[in-house]
Design a protein around this ligand. Structure first.
Ligand code: FAD
Length: 287
């Protein structure tokens, strides 16, 4: 079994699509750089066919200007084999050798390409190119919304890992018991790669409202009580939301999680607060 020596701390950012967003992301990344993360991953969008100008450009900045290992997300449901080949060549020339291989969400209005029906076909293809990429995949502690049941979800996750996934990152979750049950199910299915926990600290009313409206993740009573009590008190909501995330992360770390991946939403402040509180529990990237 491949295990990291001590847990990693990493961040997710997304390519901004406004001029203000571009200025902000540079400031955010400057701040995140000081935290010496193990890596920063950059999301991609399935409905925009310009990954070179968005994801790859930002990942290159992180990797080559800031010297932080970057992971580029690559979702292939709407890409042809030739397009993926071109992107892999580009990543290689940018010295980015890690990617998160995804199918991506299905957008009913856009006709799909048939080349990569699932993430596992993309992962298999990347391996066949012999370009020496470390490949990560997505996983879902509370099962993927399209999966009919747990058995199916774990079955296809096993297929994805066997196709050549070196590591998994989870969908966000707020109930650690769901994560540990998922880990047990993975172990039973002989899925033995490191599983990094994706955590999104909820610190504003806007974030909480969006989450409550859209997520299929279980929101524990303890989490909802924070929102009930501090909904109209931004400073207290931030303090309590941050404390919830810190508590969740400490519980994960003490019970042996291999790494924490923070969904930053392109803001550094929460990551800095977490680092200031429990930074010594993580290994740092010495690069
Ligand atoms: P897959 O692994 O292909 O799975 C999709 C569904 O198909 C699952 O239900 C699975 O059980 C099922 N399945 C798999 N193989 C088979 C098979 N052979 N036969 C039948 N069913 C099968 N989306 C973006 O657009 N951009 C991003 O940057 C992005 N980043 C993400 C990062 C993380 C950490 C996570 C967890 C998700 C991310 N997503 C992103 C969302 C993701 O694209 C969606 O959840 C998408 O619907 C599934 O992608 P996948 O790679 O997990 O798909």
């Amino acid at each position: 079994m491949v295990k990291t020596k001590s847990p990693s701390l990493s961040f997710e950012v997304f390519p901004p699509n406004t001029q203000t967003g571009i200025v902000n992301i540079k400031a955010t990344l400057d701040q995140l750089q000081t935290l010496k993360p193990s890596f920063i991953s950059v999301t991609c969008s399935n409905n925009k066919n310009n990954i070179e100008e968005t994801t790859l450009r930002l990942a290159s900045y992180i990797n080559n200007n800031l010297n932080i290992p970057a992971i580029a997300h690559l979702s292939a449901a709407y890409l042809s084999t030739q397009q993926v080949k071109k992107i892999l060549t580009e990543l290689n020339s940018l010295h980015i050798h890690q990617l998160l291989a995804l199918r991506g969400d299905i957008i009913p209005e856009i006709p799909r390409k048939k080349d990569f029906e699932y993430a596992s076909s993309l992962i298999k293809f990347i391996h066949e190119q012999n370009l020496d990429f470390k490949i990560l995949g997505a996983c879902y502690p509370e099962i993927h919304p399209e999966s009919p049941n747990l058995v199916s979800d774990i079955h296809y996750l096993k297929q994805k890992v066997d196709a050549g996934c070196d590591q998994l990152i989870t969908q966000l979750f707020f109930d650690n018991d769901k994560f540990f049950t998922f880990k047990e199910n993975c172990a039973l299915a002989d899925i033995n790669v490191p599983i990094i926990a994706g955590i999104m600290p909820i610190t504003t009313r806007k974030q909480a409202l969006r989450l409550i409206k859209t997520t299929s993740a279980h929101l524990p009573q303890k989490f909802l009580a924070i929102f009930d009590k501090y909904e109209h008190d931004p400073a207290s909501l931030r303090t309590a939301g941050l404390a919830y995330a810190v508590d969740q992360i400490v519980d994960l770390l003490t019970r042996g999680v291999e790494g924490i991946h923070l969904y930053t939403m392109n803001h550094a402040k929460t990551a800095i607060d977490i680092q200031n509180t429990i930074g010594s529990l993580f290994k740092t990237n010495q690069q």
